[in-house]
Each structure stands twice: as C-alpha cells, then as structure tokens.
Design a protein around this ligand. Structure first.
Ligand SMILES: [Zn+2]
Length: 313
C-alpha cells in the first residue's frame, strides 16, 4: 500500500509517497499559492495526479498550518495561508482525485510521525515541538494523537508567557493576533527579535555588521565564533524552551519530548540550555521519567505523519 503525505508550508508544499512503515519512496516540492484558493487547489491536484501516474495511491493525508475543526473538518484559521480559511480542503481534494483524503494540523501530523515511525516509537505520552519560523507542537497522550474537544488542542506555541493589562503592549505581537505567545520568543523569528533587543545595549557585537536581514542562521554562525550577543540569544531562547518543557512535564507527566525544526539543527547550545532549564523547573521525579530528544524525522515529519494518518484513518 502507498500513501501520499502532503506538508503545506507558507512558501513550499512538500509531497511524499510513503509506504506502510513510514518510509519515503519519492518526494517533490512545489511553491504554495497563499491567497488564491482555486490556484491552490489546482496545484495540489496536479501534484497528486503526477504521483498517481506511476503508483496507485491508496489514501492521501494533508498537513495544514492552521486550526482544523475535528467536527466540521473545515480549516478555521491559517494565518500564513489566508485562502484556506473556512475551507474543507479534504473534501475539495477528494472530490477530484477519488481517493480518501484526511487533513490535520501540520505539527499534529509531525507528532504522529515521530510516534509511529520516529523517535517516539513505543512511547505513549509525548510532545513534539518544531522550531521554525514559528513554534509548532502536537501531543500524543495515552497512545493517541490529542486533538482536544474540537481539534484545536496542543498549541503550546500560543500559550502566553507575558500578559499585560488590556490595551498595553506587554509581550511581543504574535502572528495569531495575541501578544506574549511563547512562539514570539522560541522560534527563528523570536530569536531575531531577541537579538535586535540585545543589540541596542551592545555596540560591539559582530551582528551589527550583518549585511541585510538578520536570520537565526547568521546568529548561530556568530555564536559559534564567540559573539556574546549571539550566544546570549541562544541562552535566552533555550531557557524559555526549557521552561516550556518543564511546564509540559509538570502538566502531563510525559515520557518524551521530541524537538525538531531548523533552529534545533544548529548545534547543541540550545538543547543543552533547554534541558538544564527543564531540569531546574520541573518536579525531579517527573523530569526523570521524561527524555528530551531530537526529532528523527525532521524535516519530513509533517509529510510522513500526514501519510500515516491517512493509513490509520
Ligand atoms: Zn500566538
């Protein structure tokens, strides 16, 4: 049997033909149209038909960056792909390709991938975090993907770390419209914002000499060369990540936290700081039960998870 996993990102859509065990047989990438639904759907259909020409596809899973209602199967909100708002994507696609289609929040799909075929195989209680432009997260509880009452659960990135009185601007503005979300601190975007704040106090940092836009990769390179501000960005981000892990551990008594994403791929300053902060803030007995590990399937977790959800629908 073969399943097609689609991972829809704000700039690129990745598609992979996945076998029963979660192995990728073939994969492709296309740009994502973000504000034209007919174009979005026709690109997706072309991509799917391309795979169907050579291999029969038994079911299709689509990972979407947004909140999907498990009641109506509509995508309620997708800040980075506005044309998907209030759209039942799985129905639109299934009507044209005549194969069963499921959709799921992209980080939930990633969590499911790590659970069935990655770092979390055999684990019953785990969280998956992915640090990219934002902070995605999904939960596996009691051996099942946890969606909450209507599919919107597991959004650690939008738990609030700093909240002011109504109207004041405490906490950074988040893509979701709220202020002070964890994602505004623990993500590539958050790291750049943290660097910008620190640079105001430190005229000597080499980050002042960066040509063009500052990125988390450039901050990492400067940290490796010993730049104080850049290293401080990793320490601060790692500390917030670790506190978030401690919160998850104390709240859910997890066996494992799997962390993936582009930011994590850059050395072990961030994971080490995060682990130390988690150890410091979680109950010792609960921390001992939980392993904090790197993702095994990143950057393909979303794609594999969507395919596995289609397999297990
Ligand atoms: Zn938010």
């Amino acid at each position: 049997m073969h399943y097609l996993g689609l991972d829809i990102g704000g700039t690129t859509t990745k598609a992979g033909l996945v076998d029963d065990t979660g192995g990728i047989r073939e994969s492709r990438k296309v740009p994502t149209p973000i504000d034209d639904l007919p174009l979005f759907v026709s690109r997706l259909i072309d991509l799917i038909c391309d795979f169907q020409k050579t291999t029969p596809v038994d079911a299709i899973g689509i990972g979407v960056p947004g909140l999907r209602s498990s009641r109506t199967h509509n995508i309620e909100t997708s800040p980075n792909i506005p044309c998907l708002e209030n759209v039942n994507l799985e129905k639109l696609v299934a009507d044209q390709v005549h194969v069963p289609v499921v959709s799921e929040n992209d980080a939930n799909a990633g969590a499911y991938a790590e659970f069935v075929a990655g770092a979390g195989k055999g684990v019953r209680h785990m969280a998956y975090l992915t640090l990219g432009t934002g902070l995605g997260s999904g939960l596996i509880l009691n051996g099942h993907l946890y969606r909450g009452a209507s599919g919107y659960g597991g959004e650690l990135g939008h738990t609030i770390t700093r909240a002011g009185a109504p109207g004041d601007d405490t906490g950074r503005l988040c893509g979701c419209g709220s202020r002070g979300c964890l994602e505004t601190l623990v993500s590539a975007t958050g790291m750049v914002a943290t660097a910008a704040e620190l640079l105001r106090e430190d005229p000597d940092s080499e980050l002042h000499r960066v040509d063009g836009q500052l990125t988390s990769e450039l901050i990492y390179d400067a940290a490796v060369r010993g730049d104080f501000v850049a290293q401080q960005v990793f320490r601060i981000t790692g500390r917030y990540l670790g506190v978030a892990c401690a919160n998850l551990i104390n709240l859910l008594n997890l066996e494992m936290i799997v962390i993936g994403g582009g930011v994590m791929a850059s050395g072990d300053l961030l994971p080490k700081t995060a682990e130390n902060a988690a150890r410091l803030h979680a109950f010792a007995c609960s921390y001992r039960e939980c392993r904090i590990v790197q993702s095994k399937l990143w950057p393909d977790a979303g794609m594999i998870g969507a395919a596995m959800l289609a397999r297990d629908r």
